[in-house]
Design a protein around this ligand. Structure first.
Ligand code: ATP
Ligand code: TZE
Length: 512
C-alpha cells in the first residue's frame, strides 16, 4: 500500500561542512523528528555510493521507528538498494517515468518545480508531490533562478488547481520561522494551500533541533495573525458612521507610529501624524525596529529617498514588524522611476508583509507588472478608466493579499475582493510635495486603531482629502504655501465640519 505522507514539516538534509559543521546528521534528524518533522529527504551530493547507502540505511532505521518516510535525493539506485520509501528528483535528474518504472507504483516520488510548465508536466507524469521553489533567495542553493516569491507560488498553484487540485505541494527556499506564516498566507489560493514547508538550514544549523522543529511546526500550522478578514459588508454599504467612530478612537488612543520616510516629507509627515492624534517617531536606526515593534508601534515604510545606507533599516523593519505581528504600510514612492527602487521594493516585499500598500497610479501599476510610466516621484496624468485602475489595484492586492490604495483625482481602495472609488480631495494636493507621503502616515494611524485595514485606508483618504477641501474654503488660502498649514489645521476638525456623505462608491470587481 502506498503511504500517504504528512508533508507539513519536511526536512531536507545537507552534509556539506558549511551547513552541518561537525554535528551528527543522525542525531539532528532524530531530534528534529521528535520536534515534529514529518518527512525526511536525505540529500548528499558529494559522498560516494557506498557511503550514501550506509548513511541512508542508518537514517532509515531512525525514521522508520517513527513512521516517518525517508526519501533519497536524486539517487534512485540508492533508494532501491536500501529500501527507502521514495525519491525526490530535480529537473536535471533522472526523468520521472523512468524513476517510476524502476521504483514501482508504491514509491513516493517528488519532483522540484520552479515554473508552471515544470509543475504541470510533473503532475501529469504522476508525481506524488511537488517541491515548489526557490521561494526566496537562499545561501543553500546558489545556482538558482529568480526567486518565485509568494506570487510565483500562487501562479503554480493556480495552474494546478484545475486538473490536479489535490496534488500535495511543499514550498522550499529561504524559509524560516519568521517568514513562514505570511509566506503561506500570501502563497495560498482560496481553494488550495501548500501542504507543507521544506527546510534545510533552519533545522540543520540549529543547536537545538527539537525546539527549532517544534517552533517551525507551530509557525506552519498557526493561521497568519495579520490575515485580512473577509468582508461582511454588502455593496452600497455606508462607511460614514464607522469612520467617525474610528476617528474618535484614533484621537483617544494616540497610536504610536514608527515612520521611516524620506527626507523631503519628514516634517510634514510628523505634523500630520500629530494633527490626527497619533504619536510619531521618525527613526531610520536599524536597531530601533525591534524595541519599537515591541512597544506596540505601527510601521510606515516610505522609500522616497532610500539609499544603500538606509536600505538595511527598511528590510530589518519589514522583517521585524511582520514577525512581531505588528502591521506596516508600504509607500513605494517613485517605483518604476529607477531599477534601484524596483529592487528595494522587491526586497522589502520579500522581507515582510504590508497590510496596506499605498501609491500613486504609476507606482501601483508598476507593481502589477505594467511598464514604467514614472519619471520621478509625481503622479503624472493617466488615460486609464476607473475600472482599469481598479483591476490593476485589485491584481496587486490579490497577489500580495493586502489592501491597496491607488491615489489620484479619484482614489481606488481594494483588498482584491471588494473595491471602492473615493471621490474627495482637491487638485491643490498635487501641487504640494509629500501629500501622498502624508496619506501613508494617515493610513498607518488608522491602521493602528482599526481591525480592518480596508476601513482604515478608506478613513485615511477621506480625512486627509476632506481636510484639503475644507482648507481650500478658507479665504486666506491662495496657493500651495498657504494651503499646507491650513490643511494641517483642518485635519482635527474635518469630521465635524465637512460632509463626507456620497464620497465612496463601490466598484463591482466581478463586473470588470
Ligand atoms: N486632482 C486631484 N483632485 C483631488 N485629489 C487629488 C488630486 N490629485 C491628488 N489628489 C490626492 O492627493 C493625495 C496624494 O495623491 P498623489 O496621487 O498625488 O500621490 P503622490 O504622487 O504619492 O504624492 P507625493 O509624491 O507628493 O507624496 C491623495 O490623497 C490623492 O487623492
Ligand atoms: C520630491 C521627493 N523626492 C523624493 S521623495 C519626495 C517627496 C514626495 O514624494
Amino acid at each position: 500500500m502506498k503511504p500517504k505522507p504528512d508533508y507539513t514539516l519536511y526536512l531536507v538534509t545537507d552534509s556539506t561542512p558549511a551547513i552541518l559543521g561537525d554535528r551528527n546528521l543522525k542525531t539532528i534528524v532524530a531530534e528534529a523528528m521528535f520536534g515534529g518533522v514529518s518527512i525526511v529527504q536525505y540529500r548528499d551530493k558529494t559522498s560516494d555510493t557506498g557511503a550514501l547507502i550506509r548513511t541512508a540505511r542508518e537514517l532509515h532505521a531512525i525514521t522508520k521507528s517513527k513512521g516517518v518516510p525517508l526519501l533519497i535525493n536524486d539517487r534512485v539506485d540508492v533508494a532501491l538498494a536500501m529500501g527507502a520509501e521514495g525519491v525526490h528528483i530535480g529537473q536535471d535528474d533522472m526523468d520521472l517515468p523512468t524513476a517510476r518504472r524502476l521504483l514501482g507504483p508504491d514509491a513516493i516520488i517528488g519532483v522540484s518545480a520552479s515554473t508552471v510548465a515544470e509543475a504541470l508536466t510533473a503532475a501529469e507524469q504522476g508525481a506524488d508531490y511537488l517541491g515548489i521553489g526557490t521561494v526566496y533567495a537562499t545561501a543553500t542553493k546558489t545556482n538558482t533562478k529568480t526567486p518565485l516569491r509568494p506570487s510565483g507560488v500562487r501562479a503554480i498553484l493556480s495552474a494546478l488547481s484545475a486538473a490536479h487540485p489535490s496534488l500535495p505541494t511543499v514550498l522550499i527556499g529561504g524559509l524560516n520561522e519568521a517568514n513562514i506564516p505570511r509566506t503561506l498566507y500570501q502563497s495560498s489560493l482560496p481553494t488550495h494551500s501548500p501542504s507543507g514547508i521544506a527546510l534545510v538550514s533552519a533545522i540543520l544549523t540549529s543547536s537545538t533541533p527539537y525546539a527549532t522543529a517544534s517552533a517551525l511546526r507551530t509557525a506552519i500550522t498557526t493561521p497568519f495573525p495579520l490575515a485580512l478578514s473577509q468582508t461582511d459588508k454588502p455593496l452600497g454599504y455606508s462607511y460614514d458612521h464607522e469612520i467617525v467612530t474610528l476617528f474618535g478612537t484614533l484621537q483617544q488612543n494616540s497610536p504610536f507610529l514608527h515612520i521611516l520616510t524620506n527626507t523631503v516629507a519628514s516634517p510634514l509627515s510628523a505634523s500630520v501624524a500629530l494633527a490626527l492624534g497619533a504619536s510619531p517617531i521618525m527613526s531610520q536606526h536599524e536597531a530601533e525596529s525591534a524595541p519599537l515593534a515591541a512597544a506596540g508601534a505601527t510601521l510606515l515604510l516610505n522609500i522616497g529617498t532610500l539609499t544603500p545606507a538606509t536600505l538595511p533599516a527598511y528590510l530589518t523593519a519589514a522583517a521585524t514588524y511582520t514577525s512581531a505581528n505588528r502591521r506596516m504600510v508600504l509607500d513605494p514612492v517613485g517605483l518604476g522611476a529607477t531599477p534601484a527602487r524596483a529592487a528595494a521594493v522587491a526586497a522589502i516585499l520579500a522581507a515582510g508583509y504590508p497590510s496596506v500598500i499605498k501609491g500613486n497610479e504609476a507606482e501601483i501599476a508598476f507593481l502589477a507588472g505594467a511598464p514604467s510610466a514614472q519619471r520621478g516621484v509625481d503622479a503624472g496624468t493617466s488615460e486609464r478608466s476607473l475600472s482599469e485602475k481598479a483591476r490593476i489595484a485589485a491584481k496587486v492586492a490579490d497577489e500580495q493579499r493586502c489592501v491597496v490604495v491607488m491615489t489620484g483625482p479619484d482614489d481606488v481602495i481594494t483588498d482584491g475582493t471588494r473595491s471602492v472609488a473615493l471621490r474627495a480631495g482637491h487638485a491643490m494636493l498635487g501641487r504640494i510635495t509629500g501629500s501622498g507621503c502624508a496619506l501613508g502616515v494617515a493610513v498607518a494611524a488608522f491602521l493602528a486603531v482599526s481591525e480592518d485595514p480596508f476601513l482604515a485606508a478608506i478613513a485615511a483618504c477621506l480625512v486627509l482629502e476632506g481636510a484639503a477641501e475644507l482648507a481650500m474654503t478658507a479665504n486666506h488660502v491662495s496657493g500651495p504655501g498657504t494651503f499646507v498649514p491650513e490643511w494641517i489645521d483642518c485635519l482635527g476638525r474635518v469630521i465635524m465640519q465637512w460632509d463626507m456623505s456620497g464620497r465612496i462608491d463601490d466598484i463591482d470587481l466581478e463586473g470588470l
